[in-house]
Design a protein around this ligand. Sequence first.
Ligand SMILES: Cc1ncc(COP(=O)(O)O)c(C=O)c1O
Length: 460
Amino acid sequence: MRQTAGAEVDLRKLDEREAPVMVTESPGPRSLETWAKETQYIGPGLSGSTLTSRLVLEEGYMSYLRDVDGNVYIDFSSGVVMTNPGHCHPKVVQALVKQTEKLMNVHDHAVPNRWALCKKLAEITPGRLKRTQLYSGGTETVEAAFRLAKSFTGGTEIVGFWNGFHGKSLGSMGVDGTGFSKGFGPLAPGYHRVPYPNAYRPVLGAPFKTDDYITFLDQYIDNCVVGKLAAVIAEPIQGAGGTVIPPDDFFPKLKALCERRECLLIIDEILTGFGRSGRMFAIEYSGIEPDILLMGKGMGCGFPVGALISRDEVIEAMPFAKPSGGSTSFGGNPMACAAALANIEALEEDGCIAHAAKVGAKMLERVSAMKDAHPLIGDVRGRGLLMTVELVKDRETKEQAKEEGKQVFLKMLNKGVLTITPAAKLRFAPPLCISETLMNKAIDIFDEALTEVETECGLR
Ligand SMILES: Cc1ncc(COP(=O)(O)O)c(C=O)c1O
């Protein structure tokens, strides 16, 4: 609803039938004023969502965000897929406040909640994964996983996938398949990228045949890997690449290939972990046990933390296991451990994961059904509360509707929904606590925004 500026809405008491609450155009005058001041001092290179929205956000609670003008949005971004149980979840806030008063950092000395966190991670991850090492974020965790895989196998080369994303450091850019690394070359030697199964944009013929693909991958390794292969790294569902979900038999067969080739399979759950997909970890859908599983983003409810988990014999490999070979200055600090532990407890106590599976399935059904009425929709992909709607100018050529996507993003924002990526691949990733009512309201707004853009483009 659009209100006149007045008393500030209490996010904790807001009746969801009233949400979103828009008191100005978005971005409003206060956002623009602060934005103009900040632009003089902050470096460039912020995300497309931030640069396009020019919002200045000051408060969040569960599924809501408020900007400095008092507009209250339904959040469809969770930061960038981070605040899984909800913004400023009371349990995580309390744990952080308590920990701040006690101890904030003692390098990698043991602290009581680190033990508790590592034990918990061993309990919630698949199979024999048991021993954790902690980091400050995703990319740092990816780099550590490469060091670990090289230590265990004695290999030097890594295979990643087209359209995959693992971070912005030199090693992780070596397996970047999104185009992010363009212009930052030369990349480190020893990194390879091969096609990922993509039903909407098949590059190796359709329908995708996993056995043929594995034959291709074997041949690729024979022809292109010149040293020993240390690992294959894959996202169980490609996140930044737009919620690309491989066929059910892909990971079991990829795991078998890795075993045959005596290299490790690293599963990057930095974006998909902690309930996002409707399971604690998305790889659970395949039934396989990775050699190394990576976590980040949704692990700390927005607090920076990352982790890898592996089995005993892998994580003890040298030189990863030598003193200081695995740790960092900030990795596993007591604050991060407090946030991560409370985050998992919040997800479990609130029943967020089953809820994400249920609300996500309804969202997918609803948006998929919108395809007939909306010529711009090319494809709808989702699992749990992770969804991408890919907009195309033409369903035959599949040319991406980039400008139209940006306009839909802006119109949704102005109507009170903040989503991710002002581009052809619109990504919806609300906090996992989102109610069905708020989800439906946000999808109503998406429907309206898309209709307006299609009308303006002469498509209806
Ligand atoms: C799958 C995946 N891996 C790694 C990263 C890098 O994480 P961070 O931005 O915390 O360095 C990301 C970030 O989007 C990601 O989606």
